[in-house]
Design a protein. Structure first.
Length: 161
C-alpha cells in the first residue's frame, strides 16, 4: 500500500503546476458532487419521507380521536343486541325461528358448540347464520355439502359466542 502511495506522489510531482491545479479542482468538484448527491440528497429524502409519514400518522391519530364519540355510542348498542341465555339456547331459538332442525350438537367448552344440520334449504340456512352474527355468535368453521335435491344442503359448523 505504501508503495502505491509513493508511486502516486511521484506521478503527482511529475505533473506541471497547471495540471496539478486542474487535477486538484477536479478532485474537489468530484468530492463536492459525492457529498451532495451521495450523502446530502438521500439523507434529505429520507428525512422528508419520515416527516410525511409522521404527519400522516398524526392525522390518523386525530381521526381516531374524533371517532371516539361514535364508538362510545355504538358500544352500548352492541351489548343490547346480545341475547340472554346460554349459547345453546340462543342457537336453538334462532334455529326454530328460521325453521332449521339441528340434527346433533356437541359442546366444546363453555362457549363453543359443534352443530350438524342435515337436509336444509340454503335459503333457510343463510338467514339463520345472519341471525347468529347479529346476536354476536361467531361461526368459526362451516362445511356445506350440496345434496342431490337442488337448493338443499347439509352443514357442519362450529360456533362460538
Amino acid at each position: 500500500m505504501k508503495e502505491q502511495i509513493e508511486q502516486w506522489k511521484q506521478k503527482w510531482q511529475t505533473l506541471s503546476s497547471s495540471d496539478q491545479r486542474a487535477l486538484t479542482l477536479l478532485s474537489l468538484f468530484a468530492g463536492g458532487l459525492f457529498i451532495v448527491y451521495g450523502l446530502y440528497s438521500p439523507a434529505k429524502g429520507f428525512f422528508e419521507e419520515s416527516l410525511n409519514r409522521a404527519e400522516e400518522a398524526q392525522e390518523l391519530v386525530q381521526w381516531m380521536e374524533s371517532q371516539r364519540t361514535v364508538l362510545a355510542r355504538i358500544k352500548p348498542n352492541s351489548a343490547a343486541g346480545k341475547a340472554s341465555g346460554t349459547l345453546l339456547q340462543r342457537v336453538t331459538t334462532a334455529a326454530k325461528k328460521n325453521q332449521i332442525t339441528i340434527k346433533r350438537f356437541e359442546p366444546e367448552g363453555d362457549n363453543r358448540i359443534r352443530l350438524w344440520i342435515e337436509e336444509v334449504r340454503y335459503q333457510d340456512l343463510q338467514p339463520w347464520l345472519n341471525q347468529l352474527i347479529k346476536e354476536q355468535i361467531a361461526v368459526r368453521t362451516i362445511n356445506l355439502d350440496a345434496l342431490a335435491e337442488q337448493g338443499m344442503v347439509s352443514a357442519r359448523l362450529t360456533i362460538e359466542g
